[in-house]
Design a protein around this ligand. Structure first.
Ligand SMILES: O=C(O)CCC(=O)C(=O)O
Ligand SMILES: [Fe+2]
Length: 330
């Protein structure tokens, strides 16, 4: 458990914060964050709007289906998402920082498709306010946390500020795990790493999030009221040549018909940010980033994010981008 408010404390407090951050980030790669300043009322505004969204009739949720969005924004119904090649059992609303569509022109990389408008259900105006407010609020918390994390390993805190300047590709998902799938597989979401720098996750009290250990076993992340679960994404692994690791994690479906809700927030740089190797004292001791032919890690953030979204939402990819991804996926 890490208390971000120590950043505003005495020099001893800051030392303690940095020791704890370094230990967590170079060890299990997951921790619970408290002292972040986000109030229960702010959280309740978001979770209330989320519940209202999932309470809408299915036809209304499907009116904002991501199958209609070449930008991978909107609602994915249960069973349409895939992770690790297998079906996930969750439905979700994918939201991002709201910008006009950027249709890539000749010679521009395809990842620009990921920039574009969100889809909002017309009957829930408060959802847009709460979700976009959450992106701003958590972007600010994650930015502070990244600075402290970089400082904790002896790097310049502002080393990546330029990569986030302008329009960082901040993302949010409102997620529901509707219990166990009929096939009994229990894959709420399959084991994966997140694509960006840092993820701040709000989870309810049900549990089911698990973190992979180096020996392949999985460790339960217990729900903790008022805390964000934090994990590092693939870009930090690339940036530090494996000194910091993106930790693989999964969600096991809740038992029976029990529902679980969660809100992952992804602190990502601009789509066109190229992540330079981090300058820090132990850089020459770094073990190297993970080399997995099934999951290449890209230092160009846009390529890494495009890899993830085209793979996780094959139906969106087939409908809108079949020309970009080759015959295998068509
Ligand atoms: O729902 C959760 O607890 C985790 C979700 C997650 O890992 C993701 O969407 O990337
Ligand atoms: Fe994740």
């Amino acid at each position: 458990m890490i208390d971000l408010s120590l950043a505003d404390g005495s020099p001893e407090d800051r030392l303690r914060l940095h020791d704890e951050l370094r230990t967590a980030a170079t060890g299990v790669g997951f921790f619970q964050l408290v002292g972040h300043g986000v109030t229960p009322a702010e959280t309740a505004a978001l979770t209330g709007a989320m519940r209202a969204f999932f309470d809408l009739p299915e036809a209304e949720r499907l009116s904002v289906s991501n199958l209609n969005s070449p930008h991978y924004r909107g609602y994915t119904r249960t069973g349409d998402e895939r992770t690790g090649g297998s079906q996930d059992w969750r439905d979700q609303l994918d939201i991002g920082a709201e910008l006009p569509a950027h249709v890539p022109g000749a010679g521009e990389p395809p990842y620009w498709w990921l920039e574009g408008p969100n889809q909002w259900p017309s009957t829930l105006p408060e959802l847009r306010t709460a979700a976009l407010g959450w992106i701003d609020r958590l972007g600010e918390v994650a930015g502070r946390l990244l600075h402290e994390l970089l400082a904790s390993i002896g790097a310049r805190p502002d080393f990546y500020d330029a990569a986030f300047a302008g329009h960082p590709h901040l993302r949010l998902k409102l997620v529901r795990y509707p219990g166990t799938a009929p096939d009994g597989a229990g894959q709420g979401v399959g084991a994966h790493k997140d694509y960006g720098f840092i993820t701040l996750l709000l989870q309810d009290t049900v549990g089911g999030l698990q973190v992979e250990r180096p020996d392949g076993s999985f460790l339960e992340v217990p729900p903790m009221e008022g805390a964000f679960v934090v994990n590092l994404g693939e870009l930090l692994e690339v940036a530090t040549d494996g000194y910091l690791k993106a930790t693989s994690h999964r969600v096991v479906s809740p038992p029976g018909a029990r529902e679980r809700f969660s809100v992952p927030f992804f602190y990502n740089p601009r789509l066109d940010a190229h992540i330079e190797p981090l300058d820090f004292p132990l850089a020459h001791h770094a073990p190297g980033a993970t080399a997995d032919p099934e999951n290449p890690l890209f230092a160009d953030f846009g390529l890494n994010e495009w890899k993830g979204y085209t793979r996780a939402h094959p139906e969106v990819t087939r409908r809108h981008h079949a020309d970009l991804i080759g015959p295998a996926a068509r």
